[in-house]
Every structure is written in C-alpha cells, then in structure tokens.
Design a protein. Sequence first.
Length: 128
Amino acid sequence: MSDTLSAVPEPDEATDRRQAASPKEHPGPIVFTVRLQARPDKIEAAERALEKIAGPTRANPDCLEFRIFQDRNNPHLFTLLEHWISVQAFLTHGQRDYMAEYVATKDLIFEDMAGEHVQEIHPLNAAP
C-alpha cells in the first residue's frame, strides 16, 4: 500500500491510514484509484464481485463516479476509479450493506490490493 490515503480494500493498516485522514484534511470531492489483482483461478469471481457492487455504488448519492477497468493484456488486473463528494462519504460507503459480501470475500478473490488518493492537477472545468 502507498503512504497516501488508501481505498477499498481494507487491510488493517489501510483502515488506520483512512481514519487518520479526516474530512477536514480533504474537505471537498475526493478521487481514489484502487488496483486489484485477482487470484489466478478467480478472474470470473472478481468480475462478478465488482459488477455486484457497481450498481449500488453508482446509485449512492454521494458517489460522483465509479468505474471499473480490466487490463487488456493481463485480465487478472483491475482498476477502480472512485469519485466521492468527501472522505466521509467514501468511508461510509465501505460500511453500507451492499459492500458486506464484497468485504467478506475480497481476500479470497484478490491476492494484491492497493489504493491511492489522487488529485487532478488540471480539472476540465477550471478557468484558463
């Protein structure tokens, strides 16, 4: 895991870093990238697990964007792009009922997980 704010998944040290970054430190919208590597025999299970959380996550009014990407050259690798109204919204999302099955099974499906808080340096809607 990087030293930045971690995103879904929740190994113990990632949970500690997320809790340390309060909404006051990141008061506005926040973007996370999450990189997941499915276990060799779990690619289809990974696809199903991610598809299952996609709809409810996108329906969450605090979620501005939730996208799932799969590497074309290595189908074991997935990247999530998550855009939330705040850190607190992201943290609350991880506790929602629709995330329970994912959280309970993610370690069986994915062998490597890393998340980062990223910041756009040239927003599309910024004034010239």
